[in-house]
Design a protein around this ligand. Structure first.
Ligand code: ATP
Ligand code: DNN
Ligand code: MG
Length: 228
């Protein structure tokens, strides 16, 4: 499908640093701009059965933040039970992940919404099996990448290495988001500034640590007009 300028692959400096949180905020931001939106989490490791249906927290959050409802097999082609590294879980649960299948699911998603955001799993380079990693997935989708930086000590190195890996894979780093992980981080603003100077892509915003009843408002900290 041609001329899709608002689909992105969302990666992060690590696991548990706010990729899902930011993806949900971006989905809400695009919806507020009048676009139909769909979030995908192609590989989810960690699910619990509720009333006979497997649920993963990331998927539930993205579904809640998407304006379009899509079949679960498109939103999350690989949903596994154990919360651990995907290649280990896949072996344990007898799953063979195929990035081409994920690409087909993404192509179907394109037909359903103006904007499709695809959340990765963990950081940018996570093995899927002996031969494949999430870098191959990102390359196959060919999407520009938004990097979520979990703001805590050590994030500068993680962010710069991730930006290097994104560019080395031939993909474009479209933007990044500073998401507050450590509310006590010393020199927070100086760390953000160091990243602004070095990442070579626009910062969509700095998201504070929000209270549980405020999370739906996270999109107000992001300027989607900076996306090109
Ligand atoms: N800015 C924030 N304010 C409040 N809560 C946040 C914020 N950022 C993240 N969280 C919370 O921190 C937890 C981890 O964030 P999230 O699930 O988005 O991480 P992730 O990078 O997607 O992790 P995974 O690698 O498992 O996909 C979640 O409970 C999320 O709601
Ligand atoms: C279970 C967790 N929340 C994520 N779904 C998986 C994170 C995988 C990280 C793999 C690694 O880089 O070591
Ligand atoms: Mg997540």
């Amino acid at each position: 499908m041609q001329n899709r300028t608002k689909d992105y692959f969302i990666t992060g400096t690590d696991t548990e640093i706010g990729k899902t949180f930011t993806t949900a905020a971006l989905l809400r931001g695009f919806a507020a701009a009048g676009l139909s939106t769909l979030g995908m989490k192609p590989i989810a490791s960690g699910a619990e059965e509720v009333d006979g249906v497997l649920h993963n927290e990331d998927v539930d959050s993205l579904v809640a933040a998407s304006s379009i409802k899509a079949p679960q097999e498109i939103v999350v082609p690989y949903l596994m039970r154990t919360p651990a590294a995907p290649h280990i879980v896949a072996q344990l649960e007898n799953v063979k992940m195929d990035v081409q299948h994920i690409q087909h699911c993404y192509q179907q998603a394109q037909g359903l919404a103006d904007v499709v955001l695809v959340e990765g799993v963990g950081g940018f380079c996570v093995p899927l099996d002996d031969d494949t990693s999430t870098v191959d997935l990102a390359q196959r989708l060919g999407l520009p990448v938004i990097l979520v930086v979990g703001m805590r000590l050590g994030c500068i190195n993680h962010a710069l290495l991730t930006a290097q890996a994104i560019r080395a894979s031939g993909l474009r780093l479209a933007a990044w988001v500073a998401n507050t992980v450590d509310t006590e981080m010393r020199f927070f603003d100086e760390n953000v500034e160091a990243l602004r100077q070095r990442l070579g892509a626009p910062c969509l915003g700095v998201v504070p640590r929000l209270a549980a009843d405020q999370v739906a408002q996270a999109s107000q900290y992001l300027d989607l007009n900076l996306l090109k």
